[in-house]
Design a protein around this ligand. Structure first.
Ligand SMILES: *[C@@H]1O[C@H](CO)[C@@H](O)[C@H](O)[C@H]1NC(C)=O
Ligand SMILES: *[C@@H]1O[C@H](CO)[C@@H](O)[C@H](O)[C@H]1NC(C)=O
Ligand SMILES: *[C@@H]1O[C@H](CO)[C@@H](O)[C@H](O)[C@H]1NC(C)=O
Length: 463
């Protein structure tokens, strides 16, 4: 394996020599044969298994190519590929190779030769169960490697060594077999500077370690001999001890873990696809780098405070087609960069005062298909929208009371205020919550002087 470059050099030299001198030297002749053989192999590995000839002029598999400034992406996702497409099939070497959702089962040694410039490689949602030690040889610039949702049960730390720049490695949702062979990998993952390597990956077996995170499991435990359960020291016995060992290996989790239940994609922007997962709660531990998150078509009923507290970089959040009835006041807090919020087709009737407080940069708010109630509780939303004229919104129609059904919520609030400012009488209900004070201070349209007097008292109450 390590003699490749001398052979290639020999090949090059021979090709440049006049034909008459070629077959003379025995050692070079040998090199040539091997070089040719290897060359052919590479092509077959890349294109042949998909029924193509080794002709280097053929176009690559139907991948699409796109580029950001300085980054060439090769998108081969969901193409039913069973092997890595040959690098020769692309016109330019890509910086990012997206191979998610294919049928790849094995990564053989040097599977990525020709891809030495790669900076990210996405192999999630394949069927990889075999990964040879030199599979990633040459990928010295790779910073991000995604192997989640595959069938790997073991992985040698040796396989990671060629990737000196690797900063981000996903291994979760693979059936890790936490035995002695995994020890070197586990120790590597647990080095403090390898903060983003292998998070969320858990042991599948042995039974006594099932559910433990590779990041946390004590490496000493991996090489422990299983205690014999009977006179026979059958190593498989440990998994069969369901009668004698209480069933408690994985801690009870009240909330699903986002990385486990959803699919995470890093390129072109980090996003998380959690559509149609039967979720009744927002999953926990949303990775900090996620920019777009799709939680649509689930069964969420309520957003709780701090549900998105980790997801401070979110720019787009899709919550449409759930059963949302209620959003706690702090449920969207921390989403300082959110641009797009889709709440359509839920069961929302109003917003609590303050829910939208942190959404300084919102520009799109979809509200269609919710049973908005046109009474005082809807005023906060309308005032907030008025204070944020940059927000495009849709679907804000009264659902009840029946006499206002189908009318614009904003028209309702507007006419309410007009009626209100025409009377000297102040509706005592107006002072029921802190919201009204805020509203009356900010609202230029309705600012009767008599509404200002209790300001101090109200502010005190807020404290
Ligand atoms: C575990 O218990 C189940 C039901 O009690 C039994 O069918 C099974 O054979 C036991 N052993 C293993 C290895 O699952
Ligand atoms: C949110 O998801 C729904 C359903 O999955 C989709 O129709 C809608 O376009 C998405 N909204 C945005 C803003 O992308
Ligand atoms: C979603 O809401 C829109 C707007 O009210 C409505 O036309 C549509 O039928 C709803 N879709 C579903 C699947 O409920």
């Amino acid at each position: 394996m390590h003699v490749t470059s001398p052979f290639l050099l020999a090949l090059l030299v021979l090709l440049l020599l006049p034909p008459s001198t070629q077959p003379r030297k025995a050692s070079q002749g040998k090199g040539l044969r091997v070089g040719r053989h290897r060359h052919r192999q590479n092509r077959v590995r890349g294109g042949g298994r998909q029924g193509r000839s080794g002709d280097s002029s053929h176009k690559g598999p139907d991948c699409s190519e796109f580029s950001n400034p300085g980054n060439l992406f090769m998108d081969c996702q969901g193409r039913k590929l069973s092997s890595i497409p040959s690098a020769l099939s692309f016109s330019r070497p890509p910086d990012h190779l997206l191979l998610a959702r294919n049928l790849i089962q094995a990564l053989r040694n040097r599977a990525f030769s020709g891809y030495e410039g790669l900076r990210s490689l996405d192999l999630q949602q394949n069927r990889i169960s075999v990964l040879e030690e030199e599979a990633f040889l040459g990928l010295t610039h790779l910073t991000s490697l995604l192997l989640q949702h595959n069938h790997l049960s073991t992985l040698s730390e040796e396989a990671l060594i060629p990737m000196q720049s690797l900063r981000y490695l996903r291994l979760h949702d693979n059936p890790w077999s936490c035995h002695c062979t995994l020890e070197s990998l586990v120790r590597t993952l647990q080095v403090p500077s390898n903060r983003n390597l292998g998070n969320h990956a858990r042991c599948e077996e042995p039974f006594r370690l099932r559910g433990r995170k590779l990041k946390r499991v004590d490496p000493e435990l991996l090489c422990l001999e299983p205690e014999p359960i009977s006179a026979t020291a059958d190593p498989k016995g440990e998994d069969g001890r369901n009668a004698t060992v209480p069933l408690q290996p994985s801690p009870f989790r009240s909330k699903p873990d986002a990385t486990t239940v959803c699919h995470t994609y890093l390129f072109p922007t980090p996003h998380m696809d959690c559509r149609s997962r039967d979720l009744t709660e927002v999953p926990s531990d949303i990775p900090r780098e996620i920019v777009r998150m799709d939680l649509s078509q689930n069964s969420l009923r309520r957003l709780k405070g701090r549900d998105f507290v980790e997801a401070s970089r979110l720019r787009s959040l899709n919550l449409s087609h759930n059963n949302l009835e209620d959003m706690d006041t702090a449920s969207l807090s921390g989403l300082l960069h959110l641009h797009e919020l889709d709440l359509s087709n839920n069961s929302l009737r109003f917003f609590h005062y303050g829910v939208l407080e942190d959404l300084y940069f919102l520009s799109l708010l979809r509200l269609d298909g919710n049973p908005w109630v046109c009474d005082y509780s809807i005023h906060y939303l309308v005032y907030w929208l008025r204070l944020h004229p940059g927000v495009t919104h849709s679907g804000l129609l009264c659902h009840s009371p029946p006499e206002l059904r189908g009318k614009s919520v904003e028209d309702y609030v507007h006419s309410y205020n007009r009626a209100c400012s025409q009377t000297e009488q102040t509706d005592p209900e107006l002072w029921n919550t802190a919201m009204e004070l805020q509203v009356s201070l900010e609202e230029k349209e309705v600012e009767p002087a008599n509404l200002r007097r209790p300001q101090k008292y109200r502010l005190t109450r807020l404290n």
